[in-house]
Design a protein. Structure first.
Length: 323
């Protein structure tokens, strides 16, 4: 069997409870309509769409949506479900692809992946492709929005209350985390990232060094560690001129080719074991532009190529035989 063949579980997490504006809850269905399942299957993989996790029903729909207690309860209920879903998918020899939803869903997805890594004795590495660090805590966050905190929770920061504990929660070593395409990080968050040893690749480093060298370094670290790579792709990593459907857009993001190149390199490494696709807000999108881009990027992650790639040795052999 082709070693690049994957058995994929698509799992929707339809929530915007962690975000600053509504709309991300419709992200999973927008990705399906844009053809994400078909795009992955077209690369020769087996795809099963497991539907959406169930959002808890609000006890009083008349209460304001911004009521923090209700939003936190929804995030935590889905975190427990997504942690179990990630663990079950990986334990069954499949690769979970979580369709968000805002980035708070990673509180659960990363937990499940981390728990699986412990069970298999395999270190988990995280490539967080995002304009933001998402390493705030309740003590440092200026907004209190949980979609700005999932990495901090996953890395074991202590400022979260007891409601965030439980058997569903896993831990990631912050030194195994790389944030890629960052360009909007709060000062307390930056200081915490530096103290914890998280590798933050901001857009200046990408401009100066280039996507190839930087992504190659990340992948080489994962390979040397024989690690499981979890990729968490936020739509706002890409420049809003080509991905307008983001609730927290930041100018100066990845170009179309930079984003695709990163995805293609990740695929070529055959290291990715799980994936989040988050923060797509169809209300803010322009005629499905961002949804289609995310589907195209996902296709590149799972092997779509313009032309088949050859190693230097294969190219020389082909040239000799044709000569």
């Amino acid at each position: 069997m082709d070693p690049s063949f994957k058995r994929i579980d698509l799992i929707g997490v339809p929530t915007d409870a962690g975000a600053s504006c509504r709309g991300c809850g419709m992200g999973p269905e927008a990705l399906r309509i844009a053809g994400i399942g078909e795009a992955i299957a077209a690369q020769g993989h087996d795809v099963a769409d497991l539907g959406d996790l169930v959002r808890p029903r609000r006890s009083d729909p008349a209460l304001p949506w911004r009521l923090s207690e209700a939003r936190e309860a929804e995030v935590l209920a889905l975190a427990k479900q997504s942690s179990e879903a990630a663990y079950a998918s990986l334990s069954g020899g499949r690769q979970p692809v979580f369709l968000g939803g805002d980035h708070s869903i990673a509180m659960g997805t990363l937990s499940g992946v981390a728990r699986f890594g412990v069970a298999k004795g395999k270190p988990v590495h995280v490539l967080w492709i995002d304009a933001h660090g998402d390493f705030n805590t309740p003590a440092t966050s200026e907004t209190g929005n949980l979609h700005g905190m999932p990495l901090a929770l996953a890395c074991g920061e202590p400022d979260f209350g007891p409601q965030f504990d439980g058997g569903w929660r896993g831990r990631i070593d912050p030194k195994n985390v790389t944030i890629f395409a960052a360009r909007d990080i709060d000062r307390p968050e930056r200081e915490l990232l530096e103290r914890r040893g998280v590798d933050v690749i901001d857009m200046r480093r990408i401009d100066e060094t280039g996507t190839v060298a930087l992504i190659r370094e990340v992948l080489e670290r994962v390979a040397a560690d024989d690690g499981h790579l979890h990729v968490s792709l936020d739509v706002d990593a890409v420049d809003p001129s080509i991905a307008p459907g983001a609730g927290t857009p930041v100018a100066g993001g990845l170009t179309f080719r930079e984003a695709h190149l990163a995805m293609e390199m990740i695929h070529d490494s055959n290291l990715m074991g799980s994936l989040d696709i988050v923060e797509l807000n169809p209300i803010l999108d322009h005629a499905g532009m961002s949804a289609r881009l995310l589907v195209d990027l996902t296709a590149s992650l799972f092997g779509r190529q313009i032309m088949p790639r050859r190693t230097a040795r294969e190219a020389l052999t082909a040239q000799s035989s044709n000569g």
